[in-house]
Design a protein around this ligand. Structure first.
Ligand SMILES: C[S@@+](CC[C@H](N)C(=O)[O-])C[C@H]1O[C@@H](n2cnc3c(N)ncnc32)[C@H](O)[C@@H]1O
Length: 222
């Protein structure tokens, strides 16, 4: 690493904050492909509450709420969350979408085994060390109810951008001030340790190659 993780985290938070201040619809208003797919999965599993991490300005939170889920959306950008709250109010979804500022390097706020499902679109490939990633998935497992589901998407090493940005060390690449990691299947499997790995599906969106990963918190043996 050319800088430490604390400095990198601070720089990333500022970078995202600026990006969201400059663009009211940074990722567009349409839900991601992952959100559409995830709503069907969570619905079929009888889940009604979703904790969304790295929710940005809320395009997926709104979609999930419109499908009937209660969504608690978190992000570390106040600018993104201000926009999310405003839009939730405008759309009359503020009874089903709540929001809180949270850096996923910190422990997750919910108590143990209280959350039905966790969803994170293109968050885990941000500038986290592998230790931070393992701590985050452990936290997600802690807050999920037994049998609860975690769906996440990440950039894949199959993506044409893989290896193209500035190599800043520890498997991270930077471009235009944003830093992140491309996932191979080994990392997906590593993060599924002590989980039931449902599937790791490769897919394409907006010309990028990603993984969509579904894993469940094991229910205790009876
Ligand atoms: C690629 S964007 C995806 C946003 C949203 N999931 C979507 O699909 O529209 C990544 C998001 O992760 C957030 N993020 C990055 N690092 C974070 C951290 N340490 N804690 C919380 N959020 C973080 C950024 O602010 C940004 O909103």
């Amino acid at each position: 690493m050319k800088t430490g993780y604390v400095e990198l985290a601070r720089a990333q938070q500022e970078r995202w904050q600026t990006a969201y201040e400059q663009d009211q619809n940074l990722h567009g208003t349409a839900p991601s492909a992952a959100a559409r797919w995830t709503a069907k999965l969570f619905g079929a599993a009888g889940i009604d509450d979703v904790l969304e991490l790295g929710a940005g300005q809320g395009r997926d939170a709104f979609y999930l709420a419109k499908q009937g889920f209660s969504v608690h959306a978190t992000d570390f950008s106040t600018s993104a969350l201000n926009r999310l709250r405003l839009e939730a109010q405008r759309a009359g979804l503020d009874d089903r979408v709540t929001a809180a500022l949270h850096d996923v390097r910190d422990p997750l706020p919910p108590a143990d085994a209280t959350v039905g499902a966790v969803y994170a679109n293109v968050l885990l490939n941000m500038a986290f060390s592998r230790t931070e990633l393992r701590a985050l998935v452990n936290e997600i497992r802690r807050v999920l109810r037994p049998g609860g589901l975690f769906v996440y998407t990440v950039w894949s090493t199959q993506d044409s951008c893989f290896g193209r940005g500035e190599d800043i060390g520890d498997g991270l690449y930077a471009k235009d001030g944003f830093a992140g990691r491309f996932f191979d299947l080994d990392l997906v499997h590593e993060l599924a340790d002590r989980w039931e790995l449902g599937a790791a599906d490769a897919y394409e969106e907006n010309g990028h190659s990603l993984w969509r990963v579904t894993q469940a918190k094991p229910a205790p043996a009876t």
